[in-house]
Design a protein around this ligand. Structure first.
Ligand SMILES: C[S@@+](CC[C@H](N)C(=O)[O-])C[C@H]1O[C@@H](n2cnc3c(N)ncnc32)[C@H](O)[C@@H]1O
Length: 291
């Protein structure tokens, strides 16, 4: 087992003495609501509940997490993975279960971190990571980067590039709507059915070319971004859809059916692009220590 005392010491010694999380939040352009309350402090209970209590949704998300984890490639023994914008840490848990790595989970919301059972929890900001350079054998994000403003994104990616070791990978999933039919669908539905996410000015749209160029600028090479998540993602992971389809989101057979259908769609060239998101993998240089 790895000891993260060293990381704790780094946090205490080097990280923004006296600066609180809300100050850091302002710096990142992260949105709170009108009261300055962090979005995920407000919705944590419900968010965690719909991710964990609906077996169909749970199954679909495990499928998504495994796709991200697979992209980490082979890892050294006692590897140390950082999950940024970890929320309740379901992705980190899958990593601990499947690979046995030590997982450090970082999120800006103290409330959602209270649900997180990963080995080491840090309440912090993705644009200002409290870790030394080249600390991690891999970094993962599951649907977090789109919560940053466009101007903050490059800072977060540079920070990720800084803390991941050379030759190791940053793997992620992000919702996008670059493909026109998906864009129109999301424009129509998002926030109309429900006020769940609340912050209407949140920059939900996340363009792949922007992501690609920001990753390159941050120093990543070997970048690959692929469409992922169509019917299953749309029907089983979106709060608005789940409200209407709860009865189905409870059924594992429904999730299995949608996963199969998604796999079929992704084998058809045009339909492959009908995705609500992307999975990506980006690597920092090459170093024999890692792969
Ligand atoms: C959509 S949730 C994703 C949670 C989790 N990764 C999952 O797969 O369900 C986005 C998370 O990003 C966190 N977050 C938003 N802005 C952040 C920031 N600037 N730094 C760190 N975490 C942030 C939120 O608190 C929230 O837990």
């Amino acid at each position: 087992m790895l000891d993260f005392d060293c990381a704790i010491a780094t946090i205490e010694e080097e990280h923004h003495e006296g600066e609180n999380i809300r100050g850091a939040m302002k710096k990142s352009g992260h949105m709170g609501n009108a009261n300055g309350e962090l979005q995920f402090d407000r919705i944590a209970d419900e968010y965690v509940c719909f991710h964990r209590s609906l077996p169909g949704t749970r199954l679909y998300l495990e499928y998504l997490y495994r796709v991200i984890i697979q992209e980490l490639g082979s890892l050294p023994a006692n590897s140390r993975i950082l999950e940024i914008m970890s929320g309740q840490g379901d992705l980190g848990n899958e990593i601990m279960k499947l690979i046995g790595s030590d997982v450090v989970a970082l999120d800006i919301s103290q409330k959602i971190l209270s649900y997180n059972r990963c080995g080491f929890l840090v309440c912090g900001n993705a644009i200002d990571l409290p870790f030394k350079d080249s600390t991690f054998d891999g970094v993962v994000v599951g649907g977090g980067l789109h919560h940053l403003s466009v101007s903050s994104l490059p800072f977060a990616l540079s920070e990720i590039a800084r803390v991941v070791k050379d030759g190791c990978r940053f793997c992620f999933f992000e919702p996008t709507d670059d493909f026109l039919p998906i864009h129109l669908l999301r424009q129509f539905f998002y926030g109309r059915l429900d006020d769940y996410l609340g912050d209407r000015d949140e920059e939900i749209i996340f363009y792949q070319p922007m992501l690609l160029s920001s990753l390159k600028k941050a120093g990543f090479t070997e970048i690959s971004i692929r469409p992922f998540g169509s019917v299953g993602y749309g029907l089983l992971s979106q709060a608005d859809a789940i409200r209407f389809l709860q009865i189905f989101a409870k059924k594992r057979w429904f999730a299995r059916l949608l996963i199969r259908f998604e796999k079929f769609l992704s084998s058809v060239p045009f339909m492959r692009r009908m995705a609500f998101g992307v999975t990506g993998v980006a690597e920092r240089g090459i170093d024999d220590d890692c792969h």
